[in-house]
Design a protein around this ligand. Structure first.
Ligand code: ADP
Length: 368
């Protein structure tokens, strides 16, 4: 054993710190790899070796990027420049990501990684990458989506029976109804319509998440499309004495190649949100502006707005603004998440401006 008692206190401290770093590195449950400035592996801990299936001698001193191949989650081999470790090195900033590592056995291991550059005199001299196996999380996500998809499909069948029979009852096919019976049926019909919408939202979300959403491009006449969705939205607006102004800024009709079902779903969602989150007697407007490369759609309201501190969460699943949860209790926080997913599938974009005193404007850009 080496006797360290003759070393100066500073040297003793350095050795102690280096031993602590070693112990920490090796006792981590996550995989950890450090590289030098040439990207060669300088240290690798046991969990990393176990996950990747290599022995220490096979990797130490070897170029990391060449020996451990990575693929994106959708299965494309990542180039050297796209690898998080290269990015961390080039930018000098930490990089996070999810991807697949090819193990020595040839399997693909999904991992969540976190790379930090090791800086010396403001220059990166290496990097440390910490990663963990996320196979179980991905499998649970997949099972959740599959369950929602299955449950929603199964709910559709009894719901269509409810709808058919309530419509038959309310149309008088089974005898005359008194006023109370009619209004009760109206309530049942409204509730089953809401349930139908919720089921469609869930089904659409599972399609987006599993990558099975189908996009059907056809030439769509925007005036025709608006005629199909505006009557119902006008009734909704009238219910709150909200003025719904619609303006198409074009001479003549606008025709674009797009998926009309997706565009209808997106505009309906944004306008119904605008109506829902605007107090009675407010205003909602829809403006459609053709531009050279895209069609710009603006949905503007004079409503309660979106709080400043929630801006980056608006398109995430289950988000509901803290300013509206008490005012407007019905809502799932799935609408905008769905809208964003649908627009991604279509190659469109969505963004917004909001002011809690004035209202909100959502913008959509549809490729032409
Ligand atoms: P839901 O309306 O079911 O809650 P959405 O995903 O459609 O779900 O919207 C998420 C949240 O975004 C809403 O709960 C609300 O807080 C906020 N939001 C959406 N549109 C508007 C709007 N036009 N004005 C103010 N807040 C809005």
């Amino acid at each position: 054993m080496t006797d360290h008692s003759k070393l100066k206190p500073g040297q003793q401290k350095n050795i102690r710190e280096s031993r602590e770093a070693d112990a920490l590195f090796n006792s981590m449950g996550d995989g950890a790899i450090t590289t030098d400035e040439f990207g060669r592996i300088t240290r690798i801990n046991k969990p990393a070796l176990k996950m990747l299936g290599f022995s220490r001698t096979e990797l130490i001193g070897q170029p990391f990027l060449k020996n451990v191949v990575a693929e994106t989650l959708d299965g494309k081999v990542m180039g050297v420049i796209d690898r998080p470790i290269t990015q961390a090195f080039l930018t000098g900033k930490p990089v996070l990501g999810k991807m697949l590592y090819r193990t020595k056995r040839g399997d693909l291991l999904p991992v969540d990684i976190n790379v930090s550059p090791l800086m010396f005199d403001n220059k990166p001299v290496g990097a440390i990458e910490v990663f963990r196996d996320i196979s179980l999380e991905l499998e649970i996500d997949r099972m959740k989506s599959e369950f929602i998809s299955l449950a929603s499909h199964q709910l559709r069948t009894p719901l269509s029976a409810i709808k058919t029979y309530t419509h038959m009852l309310s149309d008088g096919y089974m005898g005359e109804l008194n006023e109370l019976q009619k209004s009760s049926l109206e309530t049942i019909i409204n509730a089953s319509n809401r349930m139908n919408e919720l089921i469609s939202t869930l089904l659409n979300i599972t399609r987006i998440e599993s990558g099975t959403i189908s996009v059907n491009l056809k030439t769509v006449d925007i005036d025709e499309l608006l005629k199909e969705i505006l009557p119902e939205l006008t009734i909704m607006a009238d219910g709150k004495a909200i003025r719904l102004n619609v303006k198409v800024h074009a001479n003549g009709s606008i025709k674009i190649k797009t998926d009309s079902l997706i565009v209808k779903e997106v505009i309906t969602n944004l306008i119904s949100n605008a109506i829902k989150y605007t107090p009675d007697n407010g205003q909602v407007s829809l403006d459609i502006k053709p531009r050279t490369n895209d069609l710009l759609i603006e949905v503007k309201d004079t409503g309660w707005g979106i709080p400043e501190n929630a801006r980056d969460k608006v398109f995430t699943k289950f988000f509901r603004g803290s300013n509206i949860v008490k005012k407007e209790t019905s809502g799932t926080g799935l609408g905008l998440y769905l809208v964003k997913g649908l627009l991604d599938a279509l190659g469109g974009k969505i963004w917004f401006k909001s002011d809690e005193k004035k209202g909100t404007i959502f913008y959509i850009s549809l490729p032409r």
